[in-house]
Design a protein around this ligand. Structure first.
Ligand code: SF4
Length: 175
């Protein structure tokens, strides 16, 4: 015990330094996303995250959007607990056979207009899990997909850029 206490006094911390993320880029994309949501919806964007069978890596990046560093809610965007309150389903992972029905039911429970954004390579085509006996495939095999954010996993800024691209695409398609 004494040895451990001494080591903790003389050793450097094991944590890494804080990331030097481009906070200005994040703030600009976030503000643009907030403006686009208000233009298209007249209010902020509500997002329901759905894990269809991921390894949790994509979830960690999505959860990071809510932490004190990225602080997504400063742009008026929010994650909601129910698909009935959501505009966007943010889906990760290959769709496992066990999650297929849950994904379909979540999609059907989301009111129109609704959009599906897939996050991570697995959600696109099964990624490194493609071909597994337990996996149906990409999210597009089960529900229609509006936009894909590539990466394994994509960083929070990329996820935010994907949401912005979605709203810009939706706005340009609206007569
Ligand atoms: S894309 Fe990568 S991080 Fe995301 S669920 Fe698949 S393996 Fe995990």
């Amino acid at each position: 015990m004494r040895k451990l206490l001494f080591q903790s006094l003389v050793q450097m911390p094991l944590t890494e330094p804080a990331p030097s993320a481009d906070d200005r880029a994040f703030a600009e994309v976030g503000a643009a996303l907030e403006r686009a949501a208000r233009r298209r919806l007249g209010r902020s964007l509500s997002i329901r995250e759905v894990d269809a069978g991921s390894c949790n890596g994509c979830e960690l990046e999505i959860h990071a959007l809510n932490n004190a560093y990225y602080d997504l809610e400063r742009f008026g965007l929010r994650f909601v607990a129910s698909p009935r309150h959501a505009d966007v389903l943010l889906v990760t992972g290959p769709v496992t056979k066990n999650m297929r029905m849950a994904l379909e039911r979540t999609y059907n429970a989301t009111p129109n207009p609704k959009w599906v954004v897939t996050v991570g390579d697995c959600a696109h085509d099964g990624g490194c899990f493609a071909g597994s006996y337990a996996v149906v495939g990409g999210v597009g095999e089960v529900v229609p997909v509006d936009l894909h954010v590539p990466g394994c996993p994509p960083a929070p800024l990329e996820i935010l850029r994907g949401l912005l691209a979605l709203l810009e695409r939706v706005a340009s398609a609206t007569p």
